[in-house]
Design a binder for this molecule. Structure first.
Ligand code: HEM
Ligand SMILES: *[C@@H]1O[C@H](CO)[C@@H](O)[C@H](O)[C@H]1NC(C)=O
Ligand SMILES: *[C@@H]1O[C@H](CO)[C@@H](O)[C@H](O)[C@H]1NC(C)=O
Ligand SMILES: *[C@@H]1O[C@H](CO)[C@@H](O)[C@H](O)[C@H]1NC(C)=O
Ligand SMILES: *[C@@H]1O[C@H](CO)[C@@H](O)[C@H](O)[C@H]1NC(C)=O
Length: 321
C-alpha cells in the first residue's frame, strides 16, 4: 500500500502544481523530459539538411493537423482495414509528406525521454517552428502540452482545410470558422514562402486567369504543367522556396502568386488584404514576428489536454492498451 501511495503522490503532485491546466505552456516538457525539444530540433535540422523542402512539408503538416478538429495529431494516423484516417482526404492525398521524419523524431524523443511522454501533436507544432527557424525565420516560444487523438476524420479533412480554388471571401470564412481573422489568413499564407505545389493545384490559374497572372510567369508554368497530364509536376510556391523571406508577398504584388488562393490575397485595389500583403512585402521583421504569433494562435486550436486523448507510442496508430 505504501508503494502505491508514494507512486500516486508523486504522479499527482506535478500535475497539481502546474499553473495552467487545460492550456498549453512553453515549459511543459522542462520537468518531464528536458531533452525533448532540443532532440526534435536536431532531427528537424538533419532532415532539412538532407532535403530543404522537408521544412515546408513539416510546417504544412501542423496546419493540416490543426484545421481538422484541432491540433491533436489526427493527420498522422494511418489507414487500416478497420480505420479510415485523414491521409487520403482530398487536400492530403498525394500531397502531404514528412511522416517518416515524424517517425524519426518520435523514436528519437522516446530514446532520450525515460518514458513515452511527448505527444505526436506537440512534435508537429515544435517541428513546424524548428523548420521555420532552420530556413531563416524568427523563433517563437512554441506552446506544448497537447495530447493525441484516438480518432481522425476524413470527412472533416475534406471540408475543413481550405481549397486553393477558393476566392478571398471563402478563405476568410474558412479561417473564421477556426477562430482566425483576415490578418491571420494573410500572415499564415506567408508559409507559402516555403515549398512546392503540384500542377493539379495551379493548372486552372495558369490557363484561365490571364487577367490576374503575369504573362511570362504563366508561360513558364505552362512549360512544366500541361493542360492535362503530369498532375504531380511541381512548381515552387515563391521565388525562394527554401528561404523564409518576403518573396511570397512580393510575388503576389507582381501577379505571380502560384495558387488562385494566393493571388486572392492581393487584387491590387487597396483592399484590407492588399494592404497587409504590401506591409509584409516591405517588412521582413513584421512578417517574421507576426507569423510566429499567428502560428501560436493556430497551434491553440482545440488541443486535447489534461487526461483527454493519449500520448501515442507510435504516431501512426492509436495505442492498443
Ligand atoms: C490559405 C489557405 C491555404 C490554401 C488554399 C493552401 C493550399 C495549398 C496547396 C494547394 C498546396 C500545394 C499542395 C500540392 O499541390 O500538393 C500548399 C502547399 C503548402 N502549404 Fe498551403 N494552403 C493554405 C494555407 C497554408 C497555411 C496556413 C500554411 C502553414 C501555416 C501552409 C503551408 C504550406 C506549405 C509550407 C506548403 C508547401 C509544402 C511542401 O512543399 O511540401 N499553407 N498549400
Ligand atoms: C473525401 O475526399 C476524397 C477525395 O476527394 C473522396 O474520394 C472521398 O469520398 C471524400 N470522403 C469523405 C468521407 O467525405
Ligand atoms: C478553365 O476553366 C474552364 C471553365 O471553368 C474549365 O472547364 C477548364 O477545364 C479550365 N482549364 C484548365 C486547363 O484548367
Ligand atoms: C513533368 O515531370 C516529368 C518527370 O519529372 C517530366 O519527365 C516531364 O517532362 C514534366 N512535364 C513537363 C511538361 O515539363
Ligand atoms: C477589390 O476587388 C475584389 C475582387 O474584384 C472585390 O471583391 C473587392 O470588393 C475590391 N475591394 C475594393 C476595396 O475595391
Amino acid at each position: 500500500m505504501a508503494t502505491i501511495y508514494v507512486f500516486t503522490y508523486f504522479a499527482v503532485l506535478p500535475i497539481f502544481f502546474l499553473p495552467v491546466i487545460g492550456q498549453l505552456s512553453p515549459d511543459f516538457y522542462d520537468a518531464v523530459c528536458p531533452q525533448a525539444l532540443p532532440t526534435i530540433k536536431q532531427t528537424v535540422e538533419q532532415a532539412i539538411a538532407l532535403e530543404p523542402r522537408m521544412g515546408a512539408s513539416l510546417v504544412r503538416l501542423h496546419f493540416h493537423d490543426c484545421f481538422v478538429n484541432g491540433c491533436d495529431g489526427s493527420i498522422l494516423l494511418d489507414d487500416t482495414s478497420t480505420f479510415t484516417g485523414e491521409k487520403t482526404a482530398g487536400p492530403n492525398k498525394n500531397s502531404v509528406r514528412g511522416f517518416d521524419v515524424i517517425d524519426q523524431i518520435k523514436d528519437a524523443v522516446n530514446d532520450v525521454c525515460s518514458e513515452n511522454v511527448v505527444s505526436c501533436a506537440d512534435i508537429l507544432a515544435v517541428a513546424a517552428r524548428d523548420s521555420v527557424v532552420a530556413l531563416g525565420g524568427s523563433s517563437y516560444d512554441v506552446l506544448v502540452g497537447r495530447r493525441d487523438s484516438t480518432t481522425a476524420s476524413k470527412d472533416a479533412a475534406n471540408t475543413s482545410i481550405p481549397s486553393p480554388f477558393s476566392d478571398l471571401s471563402a478563405l476568410v470564412s474558412n479561417f473564421e470558422s477556426h477562430g482566425l481573422a483576415l490578418e491571420d489568413l494573410v500572415v499564415l499564407s506567408g508559409a507559402h514562402t516555403l515549398g512546392f505545389a503540384r500542377c493539379v493545384s495551379f493548372r486552372n490559374r495558369i490557363y484561365n486567369e490571364t487577367s490576374t497572372i503575369d504573362g511570362d510567369y504563366a508561360a513558364s508554368l505552362q512549360a512544366v504543367c500541361p493542360p492535362s497530364g503530369d498532375d504531380d509536376n511541381l512548381s515552387q510556391l515563391d521565388d525562394t522556396p527554401a528561404s523564409f523571406d518576403t518573396a511570397y508577398y512580393q510575388d503576389l504584388m507582381g501577379s505571380m502568386g502560384l495558387l488562385h488562393s494566393d493571388q486572392q490575397l492581393f487584387m491590387g485595389n487597396g483592399s484590407a488584404a492588399d494592404e497587409l500583403v504590401q506591409n509584409y512585402g516591405g517588412d521582413p521583421d513584421a512578417f517574421s514576428a507576426d507569423f510566429g504569433a499567428a502560428m501560436i494562435k493556430m497551434g491553440n486550436i482545440s488541443p486535447l489536454t489534461g487526461s483527454d486523448g493519449e500520448i501515442r507510442k507510435n504516431c501512426r496508430v492509436v495505442n492498443s492498451d
